[in-house]
Write a protein that binds this ligand. Structure first.
Ligand SMILES: Nc1ncnc2c1ncn2[C@@H]1O[C@H](COP(=O)(O)OP(=O)(O)OP(=O)(O)O)[C@@H](O)[C@H]1O
Ligand SMILES: [Mg+2]
Length: 343
């Protein structure tokens, strides 16, 4: 048995719309954007992760960059497989390893059976001998440190790149959940549209992302406001590059409608929560994870709307992969893990 263990390599993977993270031996060994650059002519993978992101929106006719996941699900299976393979091969020890590979992969809760099968197929492709899937809100709850097996209800809100998943978890199961396709990507496109409408300036996805991180806000008034940021883009009228400055109030305005939709989904989830669990949530509050949890003032805004306590997870971008790592160590105990036989 020991010898067998020695030849086992175990990986926990958070396959996200924006970022893919991998844990091996309790360490995060991969933390890269979910993107792949492909040679259009040969179909060959040129780069994955950060290197591919540097090429994004700057490609020419023989290279294309693909974000294989959209709205939390795999939109391009072939590209997803190349990306997973490329990211796994970044792990030093992987390239020289030929033993038993075991993986737990985190997937969005709204994923279909066909999509689940596609994730299993991608795992087979990298020679995984033992693969389990875990739903993202469950992984998020584990990563925050909640005891998901207890008969106590907890509400977790994971705001990622593609989806916002809101789930009540108790007794090792997801009691009720709401998944909406409004999250970080939608915030970025709100910012791009706002810049076009208000300032007549065209900006790319990456610039919108930087603005969101530098001056993103969910509230018109912040206790610790960030300085205005400078934005470079192309003037719609003249076609010439220009620079403008943007304040956090403007971004709060641009994001307002999308955030209101997230608030509505939270309210819907609370309305469908069975009363005994609702009473637990009144005590425990709401937990925010995912990159969107870092948006300034979002916790305060949700707290004002729901009159509940809102906690932001430590290092929210990594809570899901940490939880997936916990699942990896407990595959024999956690009944909620999905294996190929169960689909
Ligand atoms: N400081 C920040 N403020 C606002 N948004 C941020 C911040 N940092 C990261 N984000 C956003 O968080 C999103 C990525 O979060 P995360 O890595 O949790 O998503 P994901 O797991 O890849 O997506 P999903 O779970 O939807 O598949 C991106 O849209 C990114 O722009
Ligand atoms: Mg995620």
């Amino acid at each position: 048995m020991k010898l067998f263990k020695f030849f086992t390599q175990e990986l926990a993977i958070d396959l996200g719309t924006a970022n893919t993270l991998i844990i091996q031996n309790d360490q995060i060994v991969v933390d890269e954007p979910s993107i792949v650059a492909i040679n259009r002519k040969t179909g060959e993978t040129i780069a994955v992760g950060n290197r591919a992101m540097q090429m994004h929106e700057k490609t020419h006719e023989s290279i294309k960059t693909i974000r294989p996941l959209k709205d939390g699900v795999i939109a391009d299976f072939q590209a997803a497989e190349s990306m997973i393979e490329g990211l796994i091969n970044m792990i030093e020890s992987r390239r020289t390893f030929f033993g038993h590979l075991k993986m737990v992969i985190c997937i969005p809760s709204g994923i279909t059976e066909v999509e689940k099968r596609a994730v299993f197929d991608s795992a087979d492709h990298v020679d995984s001998k033992e693969t389990y899937l875990i739903h993202e809100p469950m992984a998020a709850a584990l990563g925050i440190g909640l005891d998901v097996q207890e008969p106590i209800g907890n509400m977790v809100i994971d705001i990622g790149g593609g989806t916002t998943e809101i789930a009540v978890i108790a007794l090792s199961g997801i009691v009720c959940d709401q998944s909406i396709r409004i999250a970080g990507d939608e915030f970025s496109s709100d910012i791009m549209n706002y810049m076009k409408r208000q300032h007549n300036i065209l900006i790319g996805e990456r610039t919108a992302e930087q603005i969101k991180i530098q001056v993103g806000s969910a509230l018109q008034v912040l206790d610790n406001p960030p300085d205005d940021c400078y934005v470079n883009g192309r003037d719609l009228m003249t076609g010439i590059p220009k620079q403008i400055s943007v304040s956090y109030q403007e971004i709060a305005h641009a994001l307002d409608k999308s955030i209101a939709k997230i608030e509505e989904a939270i309210i819907r989830a609370l309305e469908t929560t069975p009363p005994e669990l609702a009473s637990d949530i009144f005590q425990t509050g709401l937990y925010l994870t995912g990159g969107g949890a870092l948006l300034r003032g979002l916790d305060k805004r949700i707290a004002q709307k729901t009159k509940l306590n809102v906690h932001v997870a430590d290092d929210p971008l990594r809570a899901v992969v940490r939880g997936t790592g916990i699942a990896l160590k407990n595959t024999d105990k956690f009944s909620f893990l999905i294996d190929r036989k169960s689909i």
